[in-house]
Design a protein around this ligand. Sequence first.
Ligand code: FE2
Length: 326
Amino acid sequence: MTGQISRKRNPRILVVDDNAENTTLMGQLLSSQGYETATASNANEAESVVDTNPPDLILLDVVMPGKSGYELCRELKESTSTRLIPVVMVTGLLDREDRLRGIESGADDFLHKPIFPEELFARVKSLLRLKEFTDELETAESVLCTLGRSVEARDPYTEGHCERLSHYAGELGRHLGLDDDSILALKRGGYLHDLGKISVPDEILKKGVHLSDQEWHIMKQHPVTGENICKPLRSLRRVLPIIRHHHEHWNGSGYPDGLPGRDIPLLARVLQVVDVYDALRTARPYKPALSHPECAATMLREAEAGLWDKDLVEKFFDLLDEERAA
Ligand SMILES: [Fe+2]
């Protein structure tokens, strides 16, 4: 490859344009730099290329018969499987309004016709570098979430716990009016909060209750272990307090830091309420599942006794009641 980007395979670029001359020219230019190229003459064709062999970048003509470049771009950016593919809008129109429409539809960059090769190469190179970073980040995150699930799978009685936790923690975050980043952190926290249990032996994990002092000591390390595993990833920065503090108690009797009340980070308290509810609702070898009203009564009693954030417990049950009434 003659390009300067070092990857295991050459980056693949999809050129979408209804003008065959343009796609051929762009294809030749990009191939000369060592990129693999694919072409499509309309949005439908582009969609099937993206489905079968996702490109690393899309050069997208704005004006096409059928679905416009704006519409296609918006759809790509709304789908979780394609939203991270950089899209460069190629337009002959210098109109400010068109540029705004492009930005609104989620385009990452713009190129104006006539295309100057040096400009094309510079844009493509910088966006592909960005794509490479996000790919690495995504891989690392999904590896950690898979690990979180595999920890859960060691205990058959907790099946589906992470999914439910992730869903309801996000819902409670939304119910509380938290910002999108916090909601995302809560959803990730659902999968990652118990990641540190990877270093807790099976026999301790399955015992659940009546742990010896030594076993309890090992069990109590899982929040800090989990935090250490996730620490190197900047994208998980907001999840770290959830992982570390999901076993703190409102009265300061929890672990690992014995934080009291509002010193416990809010997101950790949110996840904790959902975690406790799901644990109570699920049968384990050493305890039966509680009904919804029994869970409500138990958690409110435990909140009064100083274990949980009472306000959040009440808000969580408000949310569940709303959902049950809907
Ligand atoms: Fe835990």
